[in-house]
Design a protein around this ligand. Structure first.
Ligand code: S3P
Length: 450
């Protein structure tokens, strides 16, 4: 798979205790939405704590291409001059969303109910991912999509000149699909109803309400029914982006498996639609505590304290928890390798259509490193070897997938022999300071070395 530039091979080796405080970057999901909703508002949205990873920077570029003024000052504060709902201008160039499924799907939704045409592309990973899941509901609004076979990028969307409100049941547990429909609904007159059978991350709903849209959600027998009134005037906001629980997962999991570790990861949002990993780790017997538990902006926030946990036990992860930890299964599978017994993960078909097929990528690397893994289309089982019994000593492919790269780098910190990742450059999409942050805690990580 072709990457973004020169590959960065990276090796991690057995590390001494990890100690200290790990300030992880801003939440990726909320960062994308801050820029997109800021662009659709009237006035200036001010964002602090934005994740300055490649995925989000590509969304910032895209918002500029659609006519919003997006700037960053020297202190890292971002400002978005919105153009209002329906105020996008037609971009004169192809929109390149890089590696980001969230970026491309949310932006497609946003422009699909405007009278314009835009063409989208991305890197080799993004161009292999399914877009039909988004273009199917966008067609109900009146938009047309012309892409490659199987609904892949590059793809041109011809927005609906006269969009109509829709009622749509999301067929897969996907916050990206739900959000694309809600963002499209903003410029469709009347009430759009989106139904999700399984609750997925709810940042779009919460943020739309914060920007002044009329939106409600109701739990019913059908699932979660979300109703959004079209054509609101969104009002610019001041946003402080919370730190990303999906990034916190890496120093937390590393601390649990590296002997003697004690790491504090402050200010992590524990929105129940995102915190499934931490619940799972605690069920496995992890020494993971929530310190200074408080509420910020209506959401639970805590400082996570993770300490070395030599007696982790494999568990069966409840399938209805999958959506709340969907990005964390790769690193969970690493922790599972250091636990006693089997960790069973079911109802996780979505892992096969992420930045890579994450079950396949992790299973291959884990097996090469001496861990037994069984798998089916929507499930996998990791047979834990227990602390001190994971061999390692192999080079694995990151497949343009930041979370695969970081997971194997974490694994190498506790396996007997080093783990080498063929290309760690994708880490910059979501966690550009990963290498330095982990090294500051005491991790042994080097580039281009075995
Ligand atoms: C995201 C939703 C998830 C997640 C992705 C971010 C979002 O994807 O994997 O990293 O910000 O909405 P799906 O909604 O497709 O599961």
């Amino acid at each position: 798979m072709s990457g973004h530039g020169t590959p960065i091979p990276m090796t991690s080796r057995k590390s001494g205790p990890l100690n200290g405080v790990a300030h992880v970057p801003g939440d990726k999901s909320i960062s994308h939405r801050s820029l997109i909703l800021g662009a659709m508002s009237v006035g200036e949205t001010v964002v602090t704590g934005l994740l300055e990873g490649e995925d989000v920077l590509d969304t910032a570029k895209a918002m500029r291409a659609f006519g919003a003024d997006v700037t960053r000052d020297d202190s890292g504060v971002w400002r978005v001059q919105g153009v209002g709902v329906g105020g996008f201008k037609e971009p004169s160039q192809v929109i390149d969303c890089g590696n980001s499924g969230t970026g491309v799907r949310l932006i497609m939704g946003t422009m699909a109910t405007t009278n314009m045409t835009a063409t989208f592309t991305g890197d080799a990973s993004l161009c292999s991912r399914p877009m039909g899941r988004v273009t199917d509901p966008l067609a109900l609004f009146g938009a047309q999509a012309f892409g490659r076979k199987g609904g892949r990028l590059p793809m041109t969307i011809v927005g609906a000149a006269d969009p109509v409100a829709v009622r749509y049941t999301v067929p897969v547990p996907s916050a990206q699909v739900k959000s694309a429909v809600l963002l499209a609904a903003l410029n469709a007159p009347g009430a759009t109803v989106v139904i999700e059978k399984e609750a997925t991350r709810d940042h779009t709903e919460r943020m739309l309400a914060g920007f002044g849209a009329t939106i409600s959600a109701e739990e019913t027998d059908e699932g979660r029914v979300i109703t959004l009134m079209g054509r609101p005037e969104l009002k610019a906001q001041t946003i402080v982006v919370p730190r990303d629980p999906s990034s916190a997962a890496f120093p937390v999991c590393a601390a649990l498996i590296v002997e003697g570790s004690d790491v504090l990861v402050p200010n992590i949002g524990l929105n129940p639609t995102r915190a499934g990993l931490f619940t799972t780790l605690r069920e496995m017997g992890a020494d993971l505590t929530y310190e200074n538990l408080r509420e910020e902006g209506g959401e639970p926030v805590a400082d996570l304290r993770a300490r070395f946990s030599p007696d982790l036990k494999g568990i069966e992860v409840p399938p209805d928890r999958a959506a709340s930890m969907i990005d964390e299964y790769p690193v969970l599978s690493v922790v599972a390798a250091f636990a006693q017994g089997q960790t069973v993960m079911k109802g996780v078909k979505e892992l096969r259509v992420k930045e890579s097929d994450r079950i396949d990528a992790m299973a291959k690397g884990l097996r090469a490193a001496g861990v037994t893994v069984e798998e089916g289309e929507d499930w996998w089982i990791v047979h834990g070897r227990g602390h001190g019994a994971v061999t390692g000593g192999v080079t694995v492919e990151s497949r343009l997938d930041h979370r695969i790269a970081m997971s194997f780098i974490v694994m190498g910190m506790a396996s007997e022999k080093p783990m080498r990742v063929d290309d760690a450059s994708p880490i910059a999409t979501s966690f550009p300071i990963f290498e330095r942050l982990m090294a500051d805690l005491g991790a042994q990580i080097v580039r281009n070395n075995v």
